[in-house]
Design a protein around this ligand. Structure first.
Ligand code: SAH
Ligand code: SF4
Length: 405
């Protein structure tokens, strides 16, 4: 029985290693240059402790939480249930932060893409994707600036990991998107409807930034604030197997797996993390995923690459892989980016592939290219913004840093 004892230990070691690595790329301090501290991103307990420093009782934290996360207020002056002298004291000590918007573009189909700039100048992308059939949509949120994983078809994978995003930066992407749609509840208590789900499918690998992502999810799902149900949050991973169990048991969100290939030889190339956690191990972790059920299926994302992974044999092998799981397959036509080696599968190939999966009893929606004229590939907006800034820095004169070297 040694195996059953040593397995969890190995997983714990691996989790500790992943978390230690995450700590090497920390988010910036919540304290601003003027000494004030950002309250966004503090857990409830941290907020209570923070206010205790001002001599305030825990109910103040409850009031503030309501104003910050339920009403979406960013100015202490608007927090009418708090006395004026305390509001002034709060404003001198704290801020309710939002990232700056570097770029905001809205496509003809109302998809809206934001490039947010955080306090240290780093940038990450967030996208609001409306659901065409209904009066609601999903906010696609980033978890890191860049990514360590270098998937060969992904533009973000060409950018080095700069750092992890903090819980404040993760939550505030959603809050800033809400600001942009004026979606905070009115004083009459109307519930906002448009920004109704969150998908952690932006830049970065969320399970390589587990602690901050977990903290952000706990803030977003807190019943007295944004109060989004865990069922309305989907976390997408390229397959960080040791963290998947924790994600399921501690966070209880829906899981999406970036599968993209059904054979290890090919997945090793497309998603290099596969060399560490091959398909069989990944599928085992999916089978163990606690909240997976028929009403909460695991989504398998599959990017359609022409002549690479889009054959009838691939579709059949995919069905065999997921046969015993509550699953659905999201087929994503490859979104090309400058310098990418792949091409999008033909429409016929995508439809044939989808039909095989559907015939086997699995939903297989084809993710339609949304807002294509503005979106380009994930990660591209950030590269573009950096390119423009570098170009203007170069134009700024002969004393630029390059010349000084
Ligand atoms: N790192 C996580 C989450 C972010 S990527 C993960 O890999 O799951 C979100 C999804 O977009 C993934 O399924 C990813 O494989 C897919 N994706 C990345 N680049 C793409 C591209 N150029 N075209 C289509 N899908 C892409
Ligand atoms: Fe990272 Fe996901 Fe892109 Fe792979 S697909 S490089 S894991 S962001």
């Amino acid at each position: 029985m040694t195996d059953s004892v040593s397995l969890p230990d190995l997983t714990a070691d691996e989790q500790a290693r992943i978390q230690a690595k995450a700590a090497l790329f920390p988010p910036p301090s919540p304290v601003l240059a003027d000494g004030r501290k950002d309250l966004v991103g503090l857990s409830r307990e941290e907020l209570i402790a923070e206010l205790a420093l001002l001599g305030e009782k825990p109910f103040r934290a409850k009031q503030l939480w309501h104003w910050i996360y339920h009403q979406g207020v960013t100015q202490f002056d608007e927090m009418s249930s708090i006395s004026r002298p305390l509001r002034e004291k709060l404003a001198n000590t704290y801020v309710v932060g939002r990232p700056d918007i570097t770029t905001q573009q809205t496509a003809r189909d109302d998809t809206r893409k934001f490039l947010f700039r955080f306090r240290d100048g780093q940038e990450a992308e967030t996208v609001y994707i409306p659901d065409r059939r209904k009066d609601r949509g999903a906010v696609c949120i980033s978890s890191q600036v860049g990514c360590t994983l270098s998937c060969s078809f992904c533009h973000t994978g060409t950018q080095k990991l700069v750092r992890n995003l903090g819980a404040a930066e993760i939550v505030s992407q959603f809050m800033a998107a809400r600001d942009s749609y004026g979606e905070w509840p009115s004083p009459t208590g109307d519930t906002p409807r448009l920004l109704s789900t969150i998908v952690m499918m932006g830049m970065g690998e969320p399970l390589y930034n587990y602690d901050e992502v977990a903290k952000a999810i706990n803030i977003i799902t807190d019943g007295e604030g944004i109060a989004l149900s865990r069922r309305r949050i989907t976390l997408s991973t390229s397959g960080v197997v040791p963290m998947m169990d924790r994600c399921g048991s501690e966070l209880g969100v829906n899981l999406a797996i970036s599968l993209h290939a059904v054979r290890d030889e090919l997945r090793d190339v497309l998603v290099p993390l596969n060399r560490k956690y091959p398909i069989a191990e990944l599928m085992e972790a999916c089978r163990r995923y606690p909240s997976a059920s028929n009403s909460r299926r695991i989504t398998f994302e599959y990017v359609m690459l022409r002549g690479v992974n889009d054959s009838v044999a691939d579709a059949r092998a995919l069905v065999r892989l997921i046969r015993d799981m509550p699953a659905k397959v999201n087929l994503i036509p490859f979104n090309p980016w400058p310098g990418s080696d792949y091409q999008t599968s033909t429409r016929e190939a995508v439809e044939k592939f989808a039909a095989i999966i559907m015939d086997a009893g699995f939903a297989s929606p084809i993710r339609m290219p949304r807002g294509r004229e503005i979106l380009a590939a994930c990660g591209q907006l950030k590269t573009e913004s950096q390119r423009v800034r570098r170009a203007s820095a170069d134009r700024a004169g002969d004393n630029g840093p390059q010349d000084a070297v």
